[in-house]
Design a protein around this ligand. Sequence first.
Ligand code: ZN
Ligand code: ZN
Length: 151
Amino acid sequence: MCNNYAKYVHTITLQAEQGQVSDMAKASTGHSSANKLDEIVASARQQSEKRGHGYREQALKLYPWLCGRCGREFTHSNVRELTVHHKNHDHDYNPPDGSNWELLCLYCHDNEHQRQTEALANKGIALDGAKAPEATFNPFADLKTLLDRNK
Ligand SMILES: [Zn+2]
Ligand SMILES: [Zn+2]
């Protein structure tokens, strides 16, 4: 009796295991389609990276190799430091005439985005009718304007 019960439990366990196996088979079928999805995502990412290199190359062909802010000139040896800025800040908007691109050195590019962030922050504060606190201003922004003016 005790033996039979053990056999019974064993059979149930086996059946459960078999059930699990068939569930796993189903899951693995699902997994293979997930792999396909991964492939699609990967190839889409590759294509967008290719597009990404595409607009940089196009912009470098279209414009002289100098920073649109500080006027620093670039050659083949340091052109890696010359970046393509998207004027509307949308990296997916790449009209072939280059109207959304601006070549900026790393420093000025950084500065440009910082100014954008601050402008948005200041706008948010201005909407409340309060003055933007002094501390949020970039102390170097004015310095840069002065430097540019002296050129
Ligand atoms: Zn610059
Ligand atoms: Zn940018």
